[in-house]
Design a binder for this molecule. Sequence first.
Ligand SMILES: *Cc1c(COP(=O)(O)O)cnc(C)c1O
Length: 640
Amino acid sequence: MAPELPPGWSPAHSSALYGIDAWGAPYYSVNGNGEVQALVEQGDDTVAVSILDIVEGMRARHLDMPAVLRIRNVLDHRIAVLNESFGRAIAEGGYNNVYRGVFPIKVNQQCHVIEEIADYGRRYHHGFEAGSKAELIIALSQLRDTESLVVCNGYKDAEFIDLGLYARRMGYPVFFVLESLHELRVIIERSRHLGIEPLIGVRMRSATKVDGHWSQDSGDRSIFGLSTTALLQVAAELREAGMLHCLQMLHCHLGSQVPNIRNVRSGVLEACQFYAGLVAEGAPMGYLDLGGGLAVDYEGASANSTHSMNYQLDEYCVNIVETVRETLDPLEIAHPVLVSESGRATVAYSSMLLFNVLDVRDTRPGNIPAQAPEESSEFIAHLLDVLARVDIDSYQECYNDAIFYRDETRELFHRGQASLRDRALAEDICLAVMQAINALLPQLERVPADLESLPEQLSDIYYGNFSLFQSLPDIWAIEQVFPIMPIHRLDEEPRREAILADLTCDCDGRIDQFTLPGGLRNTLPLHALREGEDYYLGVFLVGAYQETLGDLHNLFGDTNVVSVSINPDGSFDFVREFHGDSIADVLSYVEYEPKHMQEQFRKVAEDAVRSGRISVAERQRILQAFRESLQGYTYFEHHS
Ligand SMILES: *Cc1c(COP(=O)(O)O)cnc(C)c1O
């Protein structure tokens, strides 16, 4: 911990412990009251709002936990910095063209996110990237500005192509990026049929290897993009059709979350060579789309590792601008419009998942008697001896003995020779031994391999009111890490070590990897719960990819969502609020008919009345409870 911290525990200690300034700046920090605050620029000022205040506003509006909180100002700021960083790099790097960002809709399709990007992004001519017909329809519904690009990736059928061509006719720069030669033939055919000329791009297959999780998006075996031969064939077929002038964009996507700036540089260099090659083939070109990949530093480590990045946004932009200029200038090729499709880096920061903790299973043993109770097995007495013996010289032996006697007791129990009480006591004493050893670990120079997992084994389990599968699917699917911390009580030292479990009864519904300064840890420091008081945790930087990849495991549905806009005076408005799925909603997703279910249940109740098991008044109450449950939230609800 940083040496300049004051004695005792202060909010500054919590900032250092959870590393919030490393992963959260400039948007999140800890305030003097020990609460996480959101920080937004308002003119020359920075305005701060405590997340806990927003949570209280949500409760007053019956928006229960769990909930996704979006901060609109943060999203706006991300769009602004992306465009302005490119703008600066272009101005300072002597680059003779402009930057046009497009937001890849797949990264967050939620209506008000898209509307905000369209609205705020308009000042920068920020457009959209669509990977399917549904996404194209979203993009077309947002068209307002004939300088914002719409880039269409993915496989396109005639219907998709017709829609894009109509938008083209209306004056919007809609590009079809080719995924296959077959698609090219459909585009040529539809374009002739409708008499509308397309704008065409080609997606190259990069041989540049990238670090991180998405390394397979590039390279020879990438499932995306045209082979070099196919690119030449595209040019030949367009030339033959008299449409080579429509080929204006080269598209290159190295993969998402590229942690290493050197990969970016070599990928761009390779793309420029392809670009030059297509110019040499006689295509006019004019647009170079470098795809996504701009990373988010989830760990706050500023490192070349999967969940981090070894560069800053400005450096990313300068690298791209410089590489393109330096590669194309000697070839006397005009600088293209630079396009990028940053998704993650645009939306990750603006959303957080908030939930309360429902319960804690702490691993502290029950009361341990000083002496073995009469008639208990001899192993209990042995275990008590071991417990009394634990110290820095004998911990390893004590560990082995405790496990041995505990397992022997279990064996006796198995054969009916030890009681349930014996077994409970043996397990508790063994646990006490492990805790005593665990307390010694910090004094050891090297922790033996079989004791390394002791802190995790002894950690508490905090049961959170959320579903990992619905709200944080990447934790489960690709071992993504997100920063997680309490949003309040940060002026108190967190004295428990915990893993998190969600509401699904699935052993995968747990979080046991946490990014803390110094690296990944298997437990998270948390505060003991206080009777009658809610304890709230926030999972940060979750705006990208999580919301629509989520599924209905155990039929936990969409969470409540609120979008907040922070005002210059530090107040905030709830600009949007959405109530999450009701139980009836999720049941209908899996093809039940709530009306019919109610009717069936009514019959059961009616039978019970007829046979005298319940009264008519009880029947009313029971049916009422059934109806209300159907309308209720799928998560744990507070009833006050
Ligand atoms: C997923 C994807 C993106 C977005 O990537 P990020 O790393 O989130 O910026 C951009 N372009 C294409 C073609 C994609 O498939």
